[in-house]
Ligand binder design. Structure first.
Ligand code: PMP
Length: 398
């Protein structure tokens, strides 16, 4: 036998598998609600105007492609840190936060996981049940044992907060707790401000290590509002890990732009943390790519472009909300016995629709409507031309 002859086929990615099946479907009226991407009303992934203008500017100012610093473009790291923590935040004034450009939100999580494995090797990781499916795989591949804490309650379509809090209270000190800062993927169910207060309290008093994943800032209640959770954790003191992504909020999926921020006790600690994070980066990919970081840094630090971005992001957020309302209203008209009001309360791009695996199968087989087996749908993939068909099909399977 050779090195490769005994290698087994790896399991297919469940979400990418749905897109493959969708692509192979010849029904012209097919609808893909399984995606993890924002589609506009024409069913297209937008290229934001602010990005186009920043790119035009970058092309006009011809620059050589030297290596970036290990921790990324300085202007990018600064702008991102101010976005994530607030320009006037204490952690920035006190130099308690470091921010490094990363290869998307995934890359930021991987850097954080590798860093933590060096300095908290015996800790275990806790993720929500359910969570973005790559969370478990990322932390396991960094060498951690990954556990779940209770999160989604299928009966109320909301958060099982008592279960979550009990679980936090029973975790050993030093445990790493991964939390979705806003727009929980896959459920769309977020904590209230008061629930966050209790979570911060337990995490702080028990000496747990919070890791906030913010992949959808601006898709929930607003840029400022969605970032508030991060600021509250930062004010409570370190240690704190924050991964953030511009894949969705800038519609820059393929450019792989994100960042990892780490909050510690003081400036001296931060300097040591950054020096060690650079070693992690150096041995992973040496330094990040230039283009996406330059685009985002240009937009965030140019007042007109920043205002444009904020309005374009607001338009995406408002459209998702409108889609939720339209979906619920149409379902109310056509299936009056069923209550889908919870869909309006959910945040971000996704909804746990309450559809069962069997119903999802029927939608796929009978109507060429593709959702995730768990019932997760991407609300942004609904539009003028498909929503009626989707609602009719859902009514048939209820
Ligand atoms: N975290 C969550 C919760 C996500 O949903 C995603 C992307 N779907 C990521 C992280 C990864 O983001 P990126 O695509 O920028 O790597």
């Amino acid at each position: 036998s050779t090195l490769f002859s005994a290698i087994e086929m790896a399991p297919r990615d469940p979400i990418l598998g749905i897109t493959e099946a969708f692509n192979a479907d010849t029904n012209p009226a097919k609808v893909n609600l399984g995606v993890g991407v924002y589609y506009d009303d024409n069913g297209k992934v937008p290229l934001l105007e602010c990005v186009q203008r920043a790119e035009a500017h970058l092309i006009a100012t011809v620059t050589p492609r030297t290596y970036l610093p290990i921790d990324g473009l300085v202007a990018y790291d600064k702008a991102v840190q101010e976005l994530v923590f607030g320009a006037d935040s204490n952690v920035i004034a006190q130099k308690r936060a470091i921010t490094a450009q990363a290869i998307g939100g995934t890359g930021a999580l991987k850097l954080g996981a590798d860093f933590l494995k060096r300095f908290a090797p015996d800790s275990q990781v806790y993720i929500s049940d359910p969570s973005w499916e790559n969370h478990r795989a990322l932390f396991e591949s960094a060498g951690f044992v990954v556990n779940n804490y209770p999160y989604y309650d299928a009966v109320t379509h909301g958060v099982n907060f008592a279960g979550m809090l009990d679980s936090l209270k029973s975790m050993p000190a030093g445990s790493i707790v991964l939390l979705h800062a806003c727009c929980h993927n896959p459920t769309g169910a977020d904590l209230t401000a008061d629930q966050w207060t209790q979570v911060i309290e337990v995490i702080t008093t028990r000496g747990l290590i919070p890791f906030l994943d913010m992949a959808y800032q601006g898709f929930g209640a607003g840029i400022e509002e969605d970032g508030k959770v991060v600021r509250r954790f930062a004010d409570a003191g370190g240690p704190l890990f924050v991964s953030n992504s511009f894949s969705k909020s800038f519609s820059l999926y393929g450019e792989r732009v994100g960042a990892l921020s780490i909050v510690s006790a003081d400036a001296a600690e931060s300097a040591r943390v950054l020096s060690q994070l650079k070693r992690v980066i150096r041995t992973n990919y040496s330094n990040p790519p230039t283009h996406g970081g330059k685009v985002v840094a240009t937009v965030l630090s140019t007042p007109e472009l920043r205002a444009l971005w904020e309005s374009e992001l607001a338009a995406m957020r408002v459209r998702i909300k409108a889609n939720r309302e339209q979906l619920v209203d149409l379902l109310k008209q056509k299936a009056p016995g069923h209550d889908f009001d919870f869909v309006k309360q959910q945040c971000g791009m996704f909804s746990y629709s309450g559809l069962t695996k069997d119903q999802v199968d029927q939608l796929r087989n009978n109507n060429s409507i593709y959702a995730i087996d768990t019932g997760r749908i991407c609300v942004a993939a609904l539009n003028f031309s498909n929503i009626g068909r989707v609602v009719d099909a859902i009514c048939q399977v209820l």
